[in-house]
Design a protein around this ligand. Sequence first.
Ligand SMILES: [Zn+2]
Length: 517
Amino acid sequence: MKNRKEEGPVQAAVYLRLSSADGPAAESDSIQNQRSFLQEWACRNGFVLVREFVDDGHTGTDFERPGFQQLSACLMAGTVRCVIVKDLSRLGRNYAETGRYLEQIFPQLGVRFIAVNDQYDSAKNTDSIQQMAVFKNVFNDLYAADASAKVRASLGILKRQGKFLGRQAPYGYRIDPADKYHLLPDGQTGPVVQRIFALFLGGASRTKIAQMLNREKIPSPSCRQGTDKCGRFTGLWNAETIRRILSHPVYQGDMAQQFTRTVNYKVHLRRRVDPAEWIVVQNTHQPLVSRQDFAQAQKMQQIRTYKSSDHPHLLTGIACCADCGSPLYAKRRGKYWYLNCYGYYRDPAAHCCTAHSVREDKVLQAVADALRTLAQGQVDLHLWAQKQLEKRQKGKTIQDLRPKWEQQLEIARRARLNAYKDKVDGILDEAEFLYISQTLRREEEECCRELARLNDQHAQRENVTAIEERARRFLQFDHLEKVQLQQLVRRVEVDERKHILIEFTFADPKKSSSHTK
Ligand SMILES: [Zn+2]
């Protein structure tokens, strides 16, 4: 190029192409961007751009494009002697065909061809070294994508064979030194797992078990893995750690993997996989608990979860102790749920309060009675609804969620377009592309659903009549709902003598209403 510079600027044509397959996401490759990129480059390198050939919205897989046809005609006629493109893929995505132009057609016509980003210049090297370099790059790209697909596929096969593929064995196990795909019970942590199951089956709650282990200073899974170093874990046992252990099939001798999955290879987004999609292979290693015990633990966990969702503690977060101000927490004793002073429970020895409790249903009844009384014409529902509306419009929590979903939607869309581009390029085969695009489409749909839901909620918020109507229905008290209750009741205080004081979220003519059990 140096010697050419001495001869003065080289007259050249540029060829710009935007593929419809590139999609709107290919902002960086827009015709305008390619043009200014090439103009700037030509200026710096002693070229004068005399012609421009454009194909806007044509894929690179064939050469039947109007812009390219015009360029070809000019090359044949000898009016264009030098062609510059941004990168080789602008010329075409079909590497075999592109190669024919580079190796045969352009040299035969004596045309100099430059692909700036690929550092390809036919005038620089007449032998095949330069071309080999270009095709090596292309090959490398193809090979890399192919290899990663192969790695993923073979990992899947190993998982399906029940081979353990983690870097660290699950708590209670260690990796077999003789076989890195095999687990052995760990002499130290294995018995801890067995104890957790025994305690839980014996009726201890997950929280109780966690407290017990913490008291005994038994290192928790996060402690053992050293994850607490980054400050994300306290290193203590908690109900969630216990729940995870109690529900992990590995302890009954089954290999369960793929709890999370990378959504695709471009956006490295990991998400939890539904338990139904876990890859589980039975009897791959020595169990720590029997199948019967494991099944029983699952049943008990389900019952507990079911019960807690079946019994929504409507007053949680609303009820508090009038004596010490602590929140009241619900605990079942026999047939009934009781609200207990958390101040006492947390530290009975501190004597900041006394052990007092009140039946949850009685408090709820009192709240319902008070609300019903108010409902008898004392509340201007319309006015109240308007106030609610004003208040909610000030809150922007819902609008805060929107950018998150919009952004996620955009990422998924862009990734799907990229995947399409890679299918066109042959980097992804049909099956891989289908899998990726379906996954991304599902994600897009989820984002759209969330956004629609936000819109719905927003619309609902605009409507005073709807709020009023909902309040009217609520005030019939057929069944209390937590959200509605929280809209109306700011605070319920219960003291040691079980006096109940209710504070409403709206102005009440009686200011507040006092009830005695
Ligand atoms: Zn108290």
